[in-house]
Design a protein around this ligand. Structure first.
Ligand code: C5P
Length: 237
């Protein structure tokens, strides 16, 4: 039996390449991947992705592409060439955009001789509630919209989604089993919830059906980030 991979994705939500690099070296042995988001990527560029990949760690490039299909396809191909293992696109970009993203990931990976990264669909941002959705012209509730966009993403060929911890169980009931669910909003109970309103513990999120856990502040803002990550890992068994 192959052991389950380490499901912890440590978010490198720090402002500089040096801070990211220091954090990545400290916690690489005890996490499964690192997430690089818009702030760090805009500051440090593709070089930080290459440096983190050079440690052997998997990289989740969280730039949430949302544009016309041709542009998204080219951005996805560029991410594949950086050898990232996961990346994000907004499912509200529509079925054609999502198909273009997945096809581009597969094609670019073949051309580079790399495994295709997981193209993850972002459904409804957790910062949007029903009122905010109404404001931008969406009639359905956040929960209904999440389900609708999740189905669209899977029909378009995406093999994974990002979702809030409280959406995991419902999505698991509706989606094919192989769809990978990646969940932020993870809190151990020992630290503040910060601005996360809907949280689960690492163990509960996995039990609800998540495959991967995005953990930011509980690791990078801890006094001892490596010890914090080790504790989270130990809590999973
Ligand atoms: O510090 P914390 O653990 O809350 O960080 C969670 C990470 O997941 C951040 O990088 C944040 O941008 C990201 N994220 C989120 N909620 C979403 C999507 C992404 O918190 N719905």
């Amino acid at each position: 039996m192959t052991p389950r991979p380490n499901p912890i994705i440590a978010a490198l939500d720090v402002p500089t390449a040096e801070a990211a690099w220091k954090l990545a070296r400290r916690v690489a042995p005890v996490v499964g991947a690192f997430k690089i988001g818009s702030e760090l990527f805009t500051r440090a560029g593709p070089e930080i992705v290459r440096r983190v990949r050079a440690t052997g760690a998997a990289v989740f490039l969280d730039l949430k592409f949302h544009d016309i299909p041709n542009t998204v396809a080219k951005a996805v191909a560029a991410a594949v060439r950086l050898d990232v293992q996961m990346l994000t696109v907004h499912t509200s970009g529509g079925g054609e955009m999502l198909r273009a993203a997945e096809e581009s990931a597969q094609r670019a990976a073949r051309e580079c001789g790399l495994p295709a990264p997981l193209v993850l669909g972002v459904t409804v941002l957790t910062s949007l509630d029903d009122r905010a959705l109404g404001e931008i012209g969406f009639g359905s509730s956040a929960a209904g919209q999440v389900e609708r966009l999740a189905r669209l993403a899977v029909q378009a060929g995406l093999r994974g989604l990002v979702c809030s911890p409280l959406e995991v169980a419902a999505l698991r009931r509706h989606l094919p089993a192989p769809v990978q669910l990646v969940t932020p909003g993870i809190r151990t109970g020992a630290e503040a919830a910060d601005d996360q309103k809907r949280t689960l513990t690492p163990k509960d999120a996995l039990a609800a059906g998540a495959n991967w856990l995005v953990v930011g502040r509980p690791i990078y803002a801890a006094e001892h980030p490596r010890a914090a990550a080790e504790k989270i890992l130990a809590s999973l068994t």
